[in-house]
Ligand binder design. Structure first.
Ligand code: ATP
Length: 229
């Protein structure tokens, strides 16, 4: 589903690489934690998958496509297959929960009847049934993140990328969010989650890929957060 072949990313001439010769493959349906210190290259990794950034060297393949040869007009099609969730939740503040999720379908031209049946289903799945009419400020942080996940998943993408989705949440709320991402993963969606949350990584025991100063230093199945353990 995602393949990096000797991928290097250098942002500024002369700067040290944000990613340095990274080769890794993520299979369809996997759940992967991307860990590493601040600045180790995790967000860069995710941006390359979405083709928000392009590599300086090497090749990135996503859903069978070589992103180097993907024409610009096909990038929106690629991004429809990728849901993204961030630490800063980025909801539309003046729209309701329902409208925030519906908007993701409207912008890709889905018909109204599809939206009216799909949005309630996904809100139910993320545990927000009954809260459709609320505005983001009327929700807790965990509930807001559930809206963001619903929005990312409503289009049933093959890949869900999450950049520190539990970064601002307390441990109990974070665990709820993780259970939800796990459920989404079990529907067949490939999940790649960048995180600093050691408790979550240690509890979930999924594949762990560790970056250090842009280099991949560990790839461990049923892994833990810290390499020393
Ligand atoms: N747009 C950019 N322009 C220049 N340098 C950048 C850019 N984005 C990231 N970098 C640099 O690339 C390196 C990797 O950054 P990246 O954001 O990928 O790390 P990260 O592991 O996601 O960090 P964090 O955990 O703090 O989010 C850092 O040295 C960073 O300063």
């Amino acid at each position: 589903m995602i393949r990096f072949e000797n991928v290097t990313k250098v942002y500024a001439r002369g700067a040290r690489p944000a990613l340095d010769q990274v080769s890794v493959e993520v299979e369809r349906g996997e759940f992967v934690f991307l860990v590493g210190a601040s600045g180790s290259g995790k967000s860069t990794f995710l941006e390359l998958v979405m083709r928000e950034e392009r590599p300086t060297g090497g090749r990135v393949y996503v859903a069978g496509r070589d992103l180097a040869t993907l024409s610009t007009w096909k990038v929106p099609h690629l991004r429809r297959q990728i849901g993204a969730v961030f630490q800063d939740i980025r909801l539309l503040p003046n729209k309701s929960v329902f409208e925030n999720v519906a908007f993701a379908l409207q912008v890709i031209g889905k018909p109204r009847h599809h939206i009216m049946t799909t949005v309630p289903d996904v809100l139910d799945m993320v545990g927000l049934a009954g809260k459709e009419k609320r505005r983001p400020h009327e929700l807790s942080g965990g509930e807001q993140q559930r809206v963001a996940i619903a929005r990312a998943f409503v289009n049933r993408p093959s890949i869900l990328l999450a950049d520190e989705p539990t970064g601002n949440l307390d441990p109990t709320t974070s665990l709820g969010i993780m259970r939800l991402l796990d459920r989404i993963n079990r529907t067949g969606t490939t999940v790649v989650m960048a995180t600093h949350d050691d408790e979550i990584v240690d509890q979930m025991r999924k594949r762990v890929i560790e970056l250090s100063a842009g280099e991949m230093v560990r790839d461990q199945s049923r892994g833990v957060y810290g390499s020393a353990r």
